[in-house]
Design a protein around this ligand. Structure first.
Ligand code: BES
Ligand code: MN
Ligand code: ZN
Length: 509
């Protein structure tokens, strides 16, 4: 879908559907509704009287404009109270309305931002929400020639913002959502397609298109280096593992800032995403119910790849390493087993209590690799524990770490991007649960505090480097369709990670 900005008078907007949000307290006798009412021969007031138009959230009606305006149809969409309006509610409003326009066979739609909605922040949110809203995960459905056409063009319209600032906001919103949709696409793809090598290929394709450095380590390299934890997870599978490495570096170092080649005094942020393309649990096999969803166990990796695309396009002043340890987790005669002791890249030995706690194993080697590569700050995103789904559901991801400032800035970036996170505590007492009698550490505790013991496991590998961990197991996938988004992969973390880097770059300059 093409997303554009429009500043022409709203009556002249040419679109199959003109989306008009209606708030509590709006009346057909005032503002844009009054103008539309006059232009459509009193239709708007009539629909109000009948109760067909309602400001209640997610109530909507579609009216024919009868030639009174340039748009063919009017979608009057209930936006609730304008008091608590924020970027997240605007994203959802635009997403839901765009989905309706799409389902009603419109090929073009425009959302008109009047009064409180007419800000650059909301223009970005509208473009973002609409782009996310129209993604339909029918990638594998056979094309039907008789199917109604889909939404191809979406305009964000305002009669009070300047052309320049409106287009910039719309472009930014579309770019954020396109990268998120890219991550969602990777998450929706079944594991017979989305293998570790295919994930690497998709990352490479993106990197060469967007101008990022790309490299992928294969299993031979991993063996040479000693990545015993990542390799242990991969052993049971016929599909070879990959460690995907993406690099972003802004060119401009400023005046007089020459640094010898290969060295840098600038910080290097590593974004690390769990890339398990299918998690059966391995020998500690999962129950069959919903196991098919474990194709999205590379959601953290997808978010990192998506975030790197955003950085490549917006070019903040930063150096970023994007790492995705990618593997399958399957049982077989070669698979790693409960009780095995493995040696990680860091040299630390790990007793495998449960082969289903595989995410932390692939991540710990990626963390050590990041530190070896000179990372001065680490942020990982992973669909790591079922426990976080129970604790926080689909609404917020958990954040943990060893640096309060870093955690705070991730919480703040989350509030702004709509991908919200909430801190979990990391008291020392929790570490006792993953002490091993035979090795340096165990990969699983008991049933209590599961998300926190997983966090503590990772913390053993980060040393003094500032680090934060996002457990996105609950937020990377939605069990039900929402008015504003299809059910399934959400791309959660894409915008959060990118915004985090962008805001950090801005605050440091
Ligand atoms: N990928 C799962 C976590 C998960 C669960 C993601 C539900 C999305 C939805 C992870 O690898 C896992 O299996 N974790 C185990 C850890 C346990 C064995 C210590 C879990 O949470 O049960
Ligand atoms: Mn698992
Ligand atoms: Zn997993």
């Amino acid at each position: 879908m093409k997303t554009t900005a429009s500043t022409i008078p709203f009556k002249e907007i040419k679109a199959d559907v003109l989306i008009v949000p209606v708030f509590e307290g709006d009346s057909p006798q005032a503002g844009i509704l009054a103008e539309l009412n006059a232009a459509t021969g009193g239709q708007v007031a009539l629909a109000f009287e009948r109760g067909e138009i309602s400001p209640k959230r997610d109530r909507w009606t579609l009216l024919d404009s009868r030639g009174g305006i340039s748009a063919a149809r009017l979608l009057v969409y209930g936006a609730g109270s304008s008091a608590g309006i924020g970027p997240v509610s605007v994203q959802r409003l635009a997403g839901a309305a765009a989905r309706i326009a799409d389902q009603k066979a419109a090929s073009s739609a425009a959302i008109f931002l009047s009064s409180v909605l007419s800000t650059v922040e909301f223009a970005q949110a509208a473009a973002e929400g609409a782009t996310l809203g129209v993604l339909t995960p029918d990638f594998y459905v056979t094309k039907d020639d008789d199917a109604p056409h889909r939404l191809e063009e979406f305009a964000v319209a305002s009669n009070s913002l300047s052309e320049g600032s409106l287009s910039e906001a719309v472009e930014r919103g579309a770019l954020m959502a396109e990268a998120t949709n890219f991550a969602r696409e990777l998450g929706f793809a079944p594991s017979n397609d989305m293998t570790p090598s295919e994930l690497a290929r998709r990352a490479e394709e993106m990197a060469s298109r967007e101008g990022l450095q790309y490299e992928a380590l294969g299993e031979d390299r991993m063996k040479q280096m000693g990545m015993g934890a990542l390799l242990a997870v991969s052993r049971g599978s016929q599909e070879p593992a990959r460690l995907i490495v993406l690099r972003y570096e802004s060119g401009d170092r400023g005046v007089g800032a020459a640094v010898p080649a290969g060295k840098s005094d600038r910080e290097l942020i590593a974004l690390i995403g769990k890339g398990i393309t299918f998690d059966s649990g391995g020998i500690s096999i999962k129950p069959a119910l919903n196991m098919e969803e474990m194709k999205y166990d590379m959601g953290g990796g997808a978010a990192v790849i998506g975030a790197m695309q955003i950085l490549a396009r917006l070019r903040p002043n930063a150096r970023v390493l994007g790492l995705v340890p990618a593997s399958e987790n399957l049982p077989s005669g070669r698979a790693f087993k409960p009780g095995d002791v493995i040696r990680s890249l860091s040299g630390k030995t790990i007793e495998v209590a449960n082969t289903d706690a595989e995410g932390r194993l692939v991540l710990c080697d990626a963390i050590t690799y990041a530190i070896e590569q000179g990372a001065t700050m680490l942020v990982d995103a992973a669909t790591l524990t079922g426990a976080v789904v129970v604790a926080l559901g689909e609404v917020r991801a958990a954040v943990m770490g060893n640096d309060d400032e870093l955690i705070k800035s991730l919480v703040a970036a989350g509030e702004r991007s709509g991908e919200r996170v909430w801190p979990l505590p990391m008291d020392k007492e929790y570490v006792d649960l993953i002490k091993s009698d035979i090795a340096d550490i165990r990969n699983a505790g008991n049933r209590t505090g599961g998300s926190i013991t997983a966090g503590w496991f990772l913390r053993h590998f980060v040393g003094e480097t500032p680090w934060a961990h996002l457990d996105i197991a609950g937020t990377a996938w939605t069990e039900r369709e929402k008015p504003y988004i299809a059910k399934g992969a959400t791309g959660f973390g894409t915008r959060l990670l990118a915004n985090f880097v962008i805001e950090r770059a801005r605050s440091k300059n």
